[in-house]
Design a protein around this ligand. Structure first.
Ligand SMILES: [Zn+2]
Ligand SMILES: [Zn+2]
Length: 777
């Protein structure tokens, strides 16, 4: 037997994706050195390029590990390998060594910007280590962690083009930055107490300096029941003690927030578990590098104030994601004031406004909201709210995709023309797309005021500049009253395309799943409000839609029966009025004794019924969200709301505790119209028979899942057994999503649900971009 020496080969490798600013080159260097390969690695406009030379076995092992062991923050989209002629050993510098070479400007594809990343274990260990030079330093970071997107001013992503430009590196930091074997090699935001940003506390016109003094003062204000504005990664937060009613009540009042839940930050997983039920997917989401707010089921004996999330079964928890946040929960040596055990950490703004991120603006707008301000001198270039996720069907699904996720790209299954899509009116995001990539912006909030409109312009310009997109297509929602719809007309934007709301929802989930559009899907788009048109072109509010859709168009093959909704938006805050409208429209006899009617005042009840009978002042709506409102009120769960979807959230919570003991079924006409009449009558009969509210709420969810299956079957009769896509804000309901998926799968359908963009209007811009950009390309 003869042993043949393994052949020496040389490859050129180009890696594309999120591979800059994430420690990719040091990783390649380590890997190649370990395997005894020679060559070099560098950055260019399109990603990372490298050449490696060695035995074919070692090179094979190198290529495998290149993808599988890539740094945690890297997103490898594409690895292109080509053969090169082997270079002679002993000639040139790359004969036996592996080097990191300087960046090449180049013109390739746009560089991908990484999102902001939570403090890594190694940095946290330094911050906790009394002999480390970064002991208790609130701005420690490295290649694996720290701010990214929020500090970038322009590209290429290099320190001088970030808000770290103002902080020249000290000699020690400069040495770390220049050493390929160091964890901080080319970490652009690298800093230490000698050269980096510093903390200050502003209170009653006084300015306090020094990390320990500032943190001791913060602990003091929180311990005394006050509120501190804290400048974080993507903006200012307002923080107060979450374990006591009084500070939480005061903050709620100052913010003008109604009953809308506050998110909490807790120091660790153990504390999170004392407050809420934390399953494996919740635990993974809480500890993920994006560190979102995770909606968890609250424990009845949670050691926090009930006013944090009044009446809400869910509580939003997050773990510290910057050294400053970790330090908020640690005692200050020698201060004697204990740190808080859990804090409300809500965005720094009054209700309906945008998050504060500029220091001067924050001093003005937060003056009446906070008793003190804990700030620092590193500028935030792009504001970014905390992300929110909820586990549905065993998987964390974004409810708000912002810090930690934006601006990661969504890889598109089809090629699109350069496009800007403006999303919806609430939970707005914009999406910039070109070729096979879409970049969804951070959460911009509700476009109800001029300030948000300015923000929208800023974000659009930034994204187009960063990704080198010259838009040829501008996509907007069809709703003529949406601010972005009007702006696009006033400004005469080129390539203007109007996209139907629910079509965009379905396209977003299709794009996420990589569907190339050669075959349509059966789309169930259930939400609160979206602009649609009736058979004669008259405007309707849609929201319970069954569509057969692809990227080029859709056919509405079914929908929830239309309800004449009296008074439009006024009714939305009063589920009892919607219930009364349903009773009147469906002519369900109650002798005025239903819980919904009893919750209305006499005038309200009479006026709503009359409006529905005459059809005056009513807008027809097929909204599934309104049906949830009506059911919540009919069951006596919630009659008036102070934040969006409050009634539906409480209805789901009740249902989660119940059993479907009282079977209910929607009617389904030959035209695909879902009739909720039998369900509503069944609920009232159930109440009369003494069936529990929880059981009836549960039965309602089962009935709706059954209605989805019946609608899908009906659609399949003519369109074929296509996959069923679920989208729209109603599918944030974890119980409904799980039931619906299982029922559909049991019937032989394959089911597509959201994974990386929200089912609500936060995901709308992606769907619009694909529809409008695909049509043009
Ligand atoms: Zn780190
Ligand atoms: Zn330094």
């Amino acid at each position: 037997m003869t042993v043949v020496a393994d052949r020496v080969i040389r490859h050129r490798v180009v890696v594309r994706g999120v591979v800059q600013g994430v420690g990719f080159r040091p990783f390649v260097h380590r890997l190649a050195t370990q395997l005894g390969l020679s060559g070099f690695v560098g950055n260019d406009g399109g990603g990372v390029f490298l050449e490696v030379q060695g035995t074919s076995a070692d090179i094979e092992s190198f290529l495998g590990r290149l993808e599988h062991e890539a740094p945690a923050l890297a997103v490898v989209e594409d690895v292109e390998v080509s053969d090169l002629a082997v270079r002679d050993m002993g000639t040139g510098r790359d004969a036996s060594a592996f080097d990191i070479v300087g960046s090449e400007a180049g013109t390739g594809a746009a560089t991908m910007i990484p999102p902001d990343v939570a403090t890594c274990g190694a940095c946290l260990a330094e911050v906790l280590d009394p002999v480390d030079r970064r002991f208790r330093y609130p701005f420690a970071n490295c290649t694996d962690c720290g701010p990214r997107f929020t500090i970038i001013r322009s590209l290429p992503y290099d320190r001088p083009s970030t808000s770290m430009a103002e902080f020249p590196l000290c000699d020690v930091c400069a040495a770390e930055y220049a050493d390929p074997t160091d964890r901080r090699f080319h970490a652009q935001p690298v800093a230490c107490p000698a050269c980096g940003p510093r903390l200050t506390l502003h209170r009653d016109g006084l300015v306090l300096e020094g990390t320990d003094a500032v943190l001791a003062a913060v602990h003091g204000v929180i311990a005394r029941g006050g509120t501190v504005a804290v400048k974080g990664i993507g903006g200012y937060h307002l923080a107060c003690d979450a374990t006591d009613d009084e500070p939480v009540a005061r903050l709620r009042e100052r913010k003008g927030r109604g009953a809308k839940p506050f998110a909490l930050m807790v120091p660790d997983l153990a504390t999170a578990r004392r407050i809420a039920v934390v399953g494996t997917p919740e635990e993974e989401a809480l500890g993920s590098p994006a560190r979102p707010i995770v909606l968890c089921r609250r424990r009845p004996d949670a050691p926090v104030s009930d006013l944090v999330a009044p009446g809400n079964p869910l509580i939003g928890l997050m773990l510290p994601y910057s050294p400053l946040h970790h330090l908020l929960f640690l005692p200050v040596p020698g201060s004697g004031v204990p740190p808080p055990s859990a804090i409300v950490l809500t965005s720094g703004n009054a209700a309906g406004e945008r998050i504060c991120f500029e220091d001067a603006d924050a001093r003005v707008r937060l003056a009446g909201l906070a008793d003190a301000m804990c700030t620092h001198d590193r500028a935030i270039e792009s504001p970014c709210d905390d992300s929110v996720v909820r586990v549905a069907d065993g998987r964390a699904v974004p409810v708000r995709r912002s810090r930690g996720f934006a601006p990661l790209p969504v890889r598109l299954p089809v090629t699109v023309a350069p496009t800007v899509a403006f999303g919806g009116e609430l939970k707005a995001t914009i999406c910039v797309a070109s070729g096979r990539h879409a970049w969804i912006s951070q959460h911009l909030g509700d476009l109800g005021n001029l300030d948000t409109e300015r923000a929208l312009d800023g974000v659009r310009a930034t994204f187009c500049r960063i990704y080198g997109v010259e838009p040829e297509v501008h996509a907007v929602d069809r709703h003529p009253a949406y601010r972005t719809h009007r702006l696009s007309l006033e400004r005469g934007m080129v390539g203007r395309v109007e996209v139907q709301h629910h079509h965009a929802h379905i396209a977003s989930v299709m794009a996420e799943h990589g569907l190339d559009g050669t075959s349509p899907v059966i789309g169930m788009a259930f939400d609160g409000t979206g602009y649609g048109t009736g058979p004669d072109g008259e405007s309707e509010i849609w929201g319970g839609e069954v569509l057969v859709a692809d990227y080029t168009g859709f056919e509405r093959v079914g929908h929830l029966a239309a309800l004449p909704l009296p008074g439009g938006d006024g009714a939305v805050h009063n589920p009892c009025r919607i219930a009364v409208a349903y009773l009147a429209a469906l002519d369900i006899p109650t002798r005025g004794r239903s819980l919904a009617e009893l919750a209305c005042d006499d005038i309200e009840r009479a006026v709503v019924a009359r409006m529905v009978e005459r059809g005056t002042g009513c807008v027809p709506t097929t909204s599934m969200g309104r049906l949830f409102d009506a059911v919540a009120s009919l069951l006596g769960i919630r009659h008036r709301i102070t934040y969006e979807a409050q009634a539906a959230i409480e209805l789901e919570a009740a249902a989660s505790c119940g059993h479907p003991a009282h079977p209910l079924e929607f009617g389904l006409t030959d035209n695909g119209v879902l009739d909720p009449g039998p369900v509503l009558q069944g609920l009232l009969a159930g109440l009369d028979d003494g069936v529990g509210v929880d059981d009836l709420a549960c039965s309602f969810h089962h009935a709706l899942a059954g209605a989805v299956v019946a609608s899908a079957r009906r659609a399949a009769d003519s369109a074929g057994r296509l996959p069923v896509a679920l989208s729209g804000g109603v599918f944030q309901n974890a119980l409904l999503t799980g039931l619906t998926r299982r029922s559909l799968e049991a019937d032989g359908f394959s089911v597509l649900t959201h994974r990386s963009v929200p089912p609500n209007d936060g995901g709308l811009s992606l769907g619009q971009a694909v529809i409008a950009g695909y049509r043009r390309s």
